[in-house]
Design a protein around this ligand. Structure first.
Ligand code: NAD
Ligand code: WQD
Length: 337
């Protein structure tokens, strides 16, 4: 069976290519390399000993998409392609609506034209906004607080409407919590092109000496040590969740959201300390003011993914810290050099 992976040259996409190939699927990738790297695809091929059919094209380009569906017998689509930086989405909302929403619309139109009605979509815990009840389950109220989060929410609504109009579609909306870590080989990982916004890549760039110290955004939250708490999930566990979700789309019809998280919160200081302890490196830090829009605590109820997708995260915070560092120290400039 052939799976089209949009955004497959990016962080989560490249790890998902590895797991899909390992599970015996053929993989076709479309990526415009706006934030991905062709080298990531080459390394996926080295890790798996299998080949990936790669198209350097934009998902908004309908002709290019049609050509891919003509040249390959696609059974299902895993849709990662999009922009993902919350701060940038506040400054450039139209750029985010234009890429994330238009590319999904174009993709759905072409899928419908070719009769391919199985999709796994990269949603995000950001659709929950500032949820009060923890752990947060899929039926919690949805209320995104950034343009980025709203693109995910609107796309989810679009997919629900499409399913309501035609029940032969099957769509899994995967709401990721905080993906971190890298493949155990150290050959693929997260490669931010600019100063990282997210905690784990920031910590690892401090460890490798590219950044001076970690800024801890507030220590007066309502948590055990006052720093924000999140549900960090190893990217390899996350990638395996996509294999399970693709299998689910093959045997069901429906449009369902699934949280992909561990169900456990870890604070900023706990993550920083685990990184120091696991890797024997120092991470100097300074406590600064809160980052606007951040909440105290966010972690998943992952029961639905366990019971319906037969998926559960396996890897620990220590595994996440070890694999992040293994990738970062071997590739201090990501895929650049
Ligand atoms: P990423 O930026 O590493 O990967 C996205 C890939 O899509 C990149 O390779 C980029 O070049 C490509 N792309 C973007 N727009 C495109 C377009 N119009 N046509 C073709 N290719 C395009 O990001 P990631 O961390 O791997 O995230 C993948 C998906 O998961 C995104 O949709 C993101 O919003 C979502 N997500 C990510 C996180 C996270 O923390 N990383 C959390 C929740 C959800
Ligand atoms: C984690 C914690 C910060 C950086 C975002 C999106 C979410 C998903 C993942 C896309 C918070 C603190 C951070 C730093 C810090 N992405 N922090 N110093 O904000 O939970 O989630 O990325 O869909 O939708 O909202 O992740 O890694 O930015 O922050 O103290 O330099 O680390 O305050 O408590 P976040 P994060």
């Amino acid at each position: 069976m052939s799976i089209l992976i949009t955004g497959g040259a990016g962080y989560i996409g490249s790890h998902t290519c590895v797991e899909m190939l390992a599970a015996g699927y053929e993989v076709v990738v479309i990526d415009n390399l706006s934030n991905g790297s062709k080298l990531a695809i080459e390394r996926v091929e080295q890790i798996t000993g299998k080949s990936v059919r790669f198209y350097n094209a934009d998902v908004r380009n309908k002709e290019a998409l049609c050509r891919i569906f003509e040249e390959n017998s696609i059974d299902a689509v895993v849709h990662f392609a999009g922009y993902k930086a919350i701060g940038e989405s506040v400054k450039e909302p139209l750029m985010y609506y234009e890429n994330n929403i238009v590319n999904t619309l174009t993709l759905l139109e072409v899928m419908r034209e070719f009769g391919v009605k199985k999709m796994v979509f990269s949603s995000s815990a950001s659709v929950y906004g500032k949820s009060e009840a923890m752990p947060v389950s899929e039926d919690a109220p949805l209320c995104a607080i950034s343009p980025y989060g709203r693109t995910k929410l609107f796309i989810e609504e679009m997919l629900r409407d499409l399913y309501a109009s035609d029940n032969s579609w099957c769509m899994a909306l995967l709401r990721y919590f905080n993906p971190v870590g890298a493949h155990q080989s150290g050959m693929i990982g997260e490669a931010p092109k600019e100063i990282p916004n997210n905690l784990m890549p920031y910590i690892s760039q401090v460890a490798v000496g590219k950044l001076e110290h970690l800024n801890v955004f507030g220590n007066d939250y309502n948590t055990s040590d006052g720093t924000g708490s999140r549900d960090y999930i190893h990217v390899v566990d996350l990638a395996k969740g996509h294999v399970k979700a693709v299998e689910w789309t093959m045997s069901e019809s429906g449009c369902e959201a699934f949280n992909l998280g561990t169900g456990k919160g870890t604070t900023v200081m706990e993550l920083r300390d685990a990184f120091v302890r696991t890797n024997g490196v120092d991470i100097p830090y300074v406590v600064t003011s809160r980052r606007p829009g951040d909440c105290d605590v966010l972690y998943a109820c992952a029961d639905k993914a366990r019971s319906e997708l037969n998926w559960q995260a396996q890897l620990s915070i220590e595994d996440m810290c070890r694999d992040t560092w293994n990738w970062q120290k071997n590739n201090p400039d990501g895929y650049e050099k």
